[in-house]
Design a protein around this ligand. Structure first.
Ligand code: KDG
Length: 345
C-alpha cells in the first residue's frame, strides 16, 4: 500500500515537472523560455485590413526591436482564436497572452467598463482620448487586475453608426420594431429598447451571416468595421448617428505581465502607447475612405439631424439611471461627466 502511494507521488511529481518544463504557457505558471526570452501570443478578433490589426503589427515591430529580441510577438488575427469574449477569457487563463476587445463585452467581466456604453457620452474623439488616457481610464484598467488581466491601454474602435436593410433611419420613429443586432451588453440592450427598436444581442463573428440571411434587419458599428467586414454587401442604409464611442481595450495576462523584468514591462507599455497613437491616427485618416467604400457599394447614407439627435438623447435619459444602477457607483459616473465636461471644446 505504502509503495503504491510512493509510486503515485513520484508519477505526479514527474507530470508537474513536465508541465513546468513546457515554458511560455500561462497555465503552467512559467512564463520565460529556458533561454530567458518571452513569447507574446496575440489573439485578435479583427480582420487584417482593419487599422487595429495594423496597430498590432506596429506593436510587434516596436516590442521586438526595443527588447533587443528578448520578446517575440506572434499575431493570430481574423478571430481564428475567438471573438472578444472568448479572447478575454483566454487572456484570463493565459492560453492567449494578449488581446484587444471593445470595452462593451469587457463590462461583463468588470462592470466599471459600462461607463463607456452610456449613449451620446463623448462629443468628439479628442475628448474620449483625454478621458481614456487620464486617471479615470487608468482606474478602469487597474480594475481589470481582479480578473487576472493587466489593462495596458486604449486604442480606437470608434463612433458607432446604424445600418439596416429595411428603410432609411432619419428619425426616432424609424427605429420602431427594427430588429437590431447589438453587442452582448446590458446597457446597449436597454438603450435600443428605450428607442423602440428590437435589440438582438449576438457575437460579432455571427453578424455577417445574420445580416445576409436577414435574421436581423440591422446592426451598429463604426465605419472602419462596416468597411473591413464588408457589411455594406448585405446592408442598404447607413445613418451617421455616432450614438456611442467604443474604445478598444488592450489586455494582457496579468501573471505574464508581472513575470516580465521591469525594463521589459516598460517596453510593452511604451509600445502599446506608441502603437495606439499610430492606430488612432490611421482610424482618423481612413474614415473618409471607409465612407466612400460604403457609398460606392450603393448604400444610401443619411446624417441624423440635430433635432432628431436631441430627441434620442432625451429618450435615452433613463439609460443613465440604469447605468448608475448596474455600475453601482454614482460617483464614478459623476467623475466621468465632470471629465467629459472639462475636456469638451
Ligand atoms: O472584430 C471586431 C469585434 O471584435 C468587436 O469588438 C466589434 O464593436 C464590435 C461589435 O460590434 O461587436
Amino acid at each position: 500500500m505504502n509503495k503504491k502511494i510512493i509510486v503515485i507521488g513520484i508519477a505526479l511529481m514527474m507530470v508537474g515537472l513536465l508541465l513546468v518544463g513546457c515554458g511560455g504557457g500561462g497555465e503552467s505558471g512559467k512564463q520565460a523560455n529556458t533561454d530567458g526570452t518571452y513569447n507574446i501570443k496575440i489573439g485578435s478578433p479583427l480582420v487584417e485590413s482593419h487599422p487595429g490589426h495594423k496597430g498590432f503589427l506596429k506593436f510587434k515591430e516596436l516590442v521586438e526591436k526595443e527588447s533587443n529580441g528578448k520578446i517575440k510577438v506572434e499575431i493570430f488575427p481574423n478571430g481564428v482564436l475567438g471573438g472578444d469574449r472568448e479572447l478575454t477569457e483566454a487572456v484570463q487563463l493565459g492560453t492567449v497572452t494578449m488581446t484587444l476587445s471593445s470595452t462593451s463585452p469587457v463590462a461583463n467581466f468588470e462592470k466599471s467598463f459600462y461607463l463607456f456604453d452610456l449613449p451620446f457620452l463623448f462629443p468628439d474623439r479628442e475628448t474620449a482620448y483625454q478621458v481614456l488616457d487620464g486617471p479615470l481610464g487608468q482606474k478602469l484598467l487597474d480594475n481589470l487586475s481582479s480578473q487576472g488581466i493587466k489593462g495596458l491601454g486604449y486604442w480606437e474602435n470608434g463612433f458607432r453608426h446604424i445600418t439596416n436593410s429595411k428603410h432609411p433611419i432619419k428619425k426616432l420613429e424609424d427605429l420602431q420594431g427594427l430588429k437590431l443586432r447589438t453587442m452582448e451588453n446590458k446597457l446597449h440592450i436597454a438603450a435600443w429598447k428605450q428607442l423602440g427598436a428590437n435589440p438582438t444581442p449576438m457575437a460579432f463573428g455571427e453578424l455577417f451571416t445574420a445580416l445576409q440571411q436577414r435574421t436581423v434587419d440591422g446592426q451598429e458599428n463604426p465605419l472602419a468595421l462596416i468597411d473591413s467586414n464588408k457589411f455594406y454587401e448585405v446592408q442598404d442604409y447607413l445613418t451617421l448617428s455616432g450614438h456611442v464611442y467604443t474604445p478598444f481595450v488592450i489586455m494582457m495576462n496579468n501573471d505574464f505581465f508581472n513575470s516580465l523584468p521591469q525594463d521589459l514591462q516598460q517596453v510593452v507599455l511604451d509600445a502599446v502607447k506608441e502603437a495606439g497613437e499610430y492606430q488612432r491616427n490611421l482610424m482618423k485618416e481612413q474614415e473618409d475612405d471607409s465612407l466612400q467604400v460604403i457609398k460606392d457599394a450603393g448604400v444610401e447614407v443619411y446624417e441624423l439631424s440635430k433635432d432628431e439627435k436631441d430627441r434620442m438623447i432625451k429618450a435615452l435619459e433613463p439609460v443613465y439611471d440604469e447605468g448608475a444602477k448596474i455600475i453601482g457607483d454614482r460617483k464614478l459616473i459623476d467623475q466621468l461627466m465632470a471629465e467629459v465636461e472639462k475636456y469638451s471644446k
